[in-house]
Structures are given as structure tokens and as C-alpha cells.
Design a protein around this ligand. Structure first.
Ligand SMILES: [Mg+2]
Length: 377
């Protein structure tokens, strides 16, 4: 089998008005992502998604389109897509960083490898270790009244666990309001997305301890492992590293500094499925928990997360429900058949490859025609 064409589809999908997402990185009102279809001479194609976010990795959509077209496509054309490891090694050789653009290619190659073998990606990863993946939904850093409206909506939808964004606004008032509404039995975690400085984090974690939070994610900026470790020692709330862990080397640094109790991982952030599994293995060996994070993916990116979550033993899926949530927030996931996302539990698709198909009408509806859709073959 040979790759004949790498097709990129820029899309522009709004977040649903009724769920709004606001974090320390800003308001997320629309997702300017790039879908990838890798075509082959055997008539099958693989699907991937570059969940690009300038505030997260510095990856823009024009930049993502350019690296896929100018750097990745020449390395892929004529190659057998089932050689995922060798092809991803080539991509990593020509470009440092850019995990979300790399992950789009990686997902499409795994999708093709699964379709060629007639098995789901999770089977290629060694098979399921669990049947279901509990989900938590995420409340943005909004005013307390609005946070309660969202908590009510999400619990009505059937979710059993919540995460609340902190950083902008009155965090204590927001967390108090959500905890009082949800009652004592709903696990609640928080995510500051690097939005606190060290003294603020120390003060707020102390003030928030009475609200029985089961984790605090990325309280301070990503690079200071020593400060994160010091903060961890000063609080009883388990610390989760998200922006601090992009690469396996980042994960080792976090372990060496004893800076976190939990790692948030997902294929987009790490440049594909294999590095995600590598980071999960580091966490497991160090005795840390792993949970699935998210950058609000559409259907293909969420499917890749589900295959990893269902197959990787390092995830503590029950204790730390995952962020398999992008389709709950977007106007559309762009799929022909929606993913089975519960609530409260998600399941991984069982069809060949990623097990998802794009809906051509939805793709056209959300295609961003202001950018050139490059198709090189
Ligand atoms: Mg996070």
C-alpha cells in the first residue's frame, strides 16, 4: 500500500452558545482546526485532526497547513502508511515541536493501519483493558451563577464528575457555588491552566481545601518544576500536570522533581498515539496516575483518545474520569455517526481503524473557505 495524497481540510467549528468555555488562556468560542485525509493507492484513506491552538503550543492554522504541506507530505508520498513508527520518526527528524500537526498525521496513519488489517486501533494497541471510560465535563471560568447553570446542565445530562476552570475571576466564589449546588458526593477538580502565580496558588489552594477538590490541574506556569513540587508539598489537593508535560522528557523532569500526582495526557498534545503511551508508561513506572486530557477535539481527535484510553493500562479511568468531551461542546463533531460518549461513560468505536467517518455535508458546512485547502498528490 502506498500513500498517494495528503489532503488538508481547514474547518471552523463554533462552540455551542449554551456551554461556553473560558480559561486562563482566554475564551474558546470557535475551533479553527485542520482535518487530514491520507489517501492510498488501495482506495482506503486515513483520517486525522490537528487540534491547533496558538495559546497552547504556538501552532496556528496557517502554520499547521504549511508544515503538513511543505515538510510532512513529501516524506509521506509513496510510503506504506502501515509503517507508522518509521514515518513518525521522519516527521520528528525534520521538525521539532508542533505536536498537534504531527498528531494529525499519526492518527491518520493508525487509522489506515487499522483499516488495512480490518481491526480497530485499540486492538493494534494490544486490546481493551476496560470496556467503558467515565467522562467529566468542564465548566469554564465564568461567574458563579453561570457556573451553577452549567453544573446543573451537565449533571442533568448524566455526568457524575466535574472539572471547573479557575484563574480568571473569583475562584473561591465559583467553586463554593458549584460545590454547594452539586452536593458532597460529586467529585470536583479544578484547572488553572497556568493562570496563577506561586503566591496566589499557595493562598487559593489553602482557601479551596474545604471544598474537597480531588485534583488541581496546572496551578502555575508550565516550566517551573521545582515551584510545582514545592506547591504540591504545601497542599493536600493532588496536583495534576497538563501544560507541564508535552514530551516524555517533560514527564521524566516532573517525576524527578516529585512535582505532580497525576499527568494529563492526550494524543494531540504529545504528537501522536505512541508518545502518549510512552508518557503513560513513565507515569505508571513512577507510581503516578494518568488521565485523558483534551484540547476540545472534534470527532476524529476524540476517537483517537478513546482508543488510547480503552487500551492503555496506565490510565486510572474510574478514579480520574477523562476529558472525552470535545463533541459535547462543539456545534458539530463532523462525523456521520456520533461517538458513543455516554453520559456518564464513553465507549471506543469498534469499527476498523479509528472507526469514524466524516459527514461530507457537515465538512462542507464548516469548511473554512477563507483558507486554501491544499491537496497535494
Ligand atoms: Mg488542563
Amino acid at each position: 500500500m502506498k500513500i498517494t495524497e495528503v489532503e488538508t481540510i481547514p474547518v471552523h467549528v463554533p462552540i455551542k452558545a449554551e456551554v461556553t468555555m473560558k480559561t486562563s488562556h482566554g475564551a474558546h468560542v470557535v475551533s479553527p482546526y485542520v482535518l487530514v485525509r491520507i489517501h492510498t493507492d488501495e482506495g482506503i484513506f486515513g483520517l486525522g485532526e490537528a487540534t491547533l491552538s496558538p495559546t497552547w503550543t504556538g501552532e496556528t492554522r496557517p502554520g499547521g497547513l504549511a508544515v503538513i504541506r511543505d515538510l510532512f507530505t513529501p516524506l509521506l508520498l509513496g510510503q506504506d502508511p502501515r509503517n507508522v513508527n518509521a514515518l513518525m520518526r521522519e516527521l520528528n527528524r525534520v521538525l521539532v515541536g508542533n505536536p498537534f500537526a504531527k498528531a494529525a498525521i499519526d492518527m491518520a496513519l493508525w487509522d489506515l493501519a487499522g483499516k488495512a488489517a480490518g481491526v480497530p486501533v485499540h486492538q493494534l494497541l494490544g486490546g481493551k483493558v476496560r470496556d467503558e471510560l467515565p467522562i467529566k465535563l468542564v465548566i469554564g471560568a465564568v461567574e458563579p451563577d453561570a457556573a451553577v447553570v452549567l453544573a446543573r446542565r451537565f449533571l442533568d445530562w448524566g455526568v457524575k464528575t466535574l472539572k471547573v476552570k479557575v484563574g480568571p475571576g473569583d475562584d473561591v466564589a465559583r467553586i463554593r457555588a458549584v460545590r454547594e449546588f452539586a452536593g458532597p458526593d460529586i467529585p470536583i477538580g479544578i484547572d488553572a491552566n497556568e493562570g496563577w502565580d506561586i503566591p496566589t496558588a499557595r493562598r487559593l489552594l489553602a482557601e479551596l481545601e474545604p471544598f474537597n477538590l480531588y485534583f488541581c490541574e496546572q496551578p502555575i506556569p508550565r516550566h517551573d518544576a521545582e515551584a510545582l513540587a514545592e506547591l504540591r508539598r504545601s497542599t493536600n489537593i493532588p496536583i495534576k500536570a497538563d501544560e507541564s508535560v508535552f514530551t516524555p522528557a517533560d514527564a521524566i523532569r516532573m517525576v524527578q522533581h516529585h512535582a505532580a500526582d497525576i499527568f494529563s495526557v492526550y494524543p494531540g498534545k504529545h504528537g501522536g498515539i505512541t508518545p502518549t503511551l510512552e508518557i503513560a508508561a513513565i507515569a505508571k513506572a513512577a507510581g503516578l496516575a494518568v488521565t485523558m486530557g483534551s484540547n476540545l477535539e472534534l470527532g476524529p481527535g476524540t476517537a483517537a483518545m478513546l482508543h488510547v484510553g480503552i487500551a492503555c493500562d496506565a490510565f486510572r479511568a474510574e478514579q480520574f474520569p477523562g476529558d472525552y468531551v470535545g463533541p459535547w461542546y462543539h456545534e458539530s463533531d463532523l462525523l456521520k455517526t456520533p461517538l458513543d460518549l455516554g453520559l456518564p461513560n464513553a465507549k471506543a468505536p469498534d469499527g476498523p481503524g479509528l472507526g469514524v467517518e466524516l459527514d461530507d455535508d457537515l465538512v462542507e458546512k464548516y469548511r473554512d473557505t477563507t483558507l486554501k485547502a491544499d491537496s497535494i498528490g
